[in-house]
Design a protein around this ligand. Structure first.
Ligand code: PNS
Length: 161
């Protein structure tokens, strides 16, 4: 069985992420979307909220499972018999760091990284920019799954109140 992972912070997941999940899920028997638990970085959404949002947005993809991990991604891959890491590349500016991580990960355990070019419609979309624009009242609904757009609006409304 071919098993790949899409790792990330997903704070929150965007339509750009979802596009990559769908395309990666078409290439492997199983795809795990894995949220990094980073104790040094507090996000807008808790890990449990991100897992719930990811489960809701990938519900229509039967071979996708959602999980979280701590520590090195290569250790998570080894423990789960995952042979490929899949990353979306939005622009050349993503590539330098992604290449560095891919080479480091391959050097550590031999796990390979595959890059999927992001759909042009989402090439400018990032979780951090979406949060920033939304926090100043900008409309980002067209960049997010509906369930994420509602959750983001709730977060911003509750922090404003
Ligand atoms: O969505 P992000 O924040 O760009 O995702 C980055 C992520 C989670 C893929 C990367 O930080 C990662 O793999 N972290 C786990 C720790 C690790 O393995 N670090 C060494 C990378 S070479």
């Amino acid at each position: 069985m071919t098993h790949a992972v899409c790792p990330g912070s997903f704070d929150p997941p965007t339509l750009g992420h979802l596009d990559i999940f769908g395309r990666a899920a078409g290439l492997f028997d199983q795809l795990t979307v894995a949220v990094l638990v980073n104790p040094d970085k507090r996000g807008m959404f808790t890990i449990d909220e991100r897992l719930d949002l990811l489960r809701a947005t990938t519900a229509a993809l039967p071979n996708v499972v959602v999980d979280s991990f701590q520590g090195l991604l290569v250790d998570y891959c080894a423990a789960n018999d995952i042979r490929a890491i899949v990353k979306g590349i939005r622009a050349v500016s993503d590539f330098d760091y992604e290449l560095q991580m891919a080479q480091m990960n391959h050097g550590l355990t031999g796990v390979d990284t595959l890059f999927i070019p992001t759909a042009p419609a989402y090439s400018f979309v990032s979780s951090s920019l979406v949060k920033q624009v939304a926090s100043y009242g900008g409309d980002v609904r067209q960049l997010l799954p509906d369930v994420v757009a509602s959750a983001l609006a709730d977060k911003i409304n509750s922090s404003a109140g």
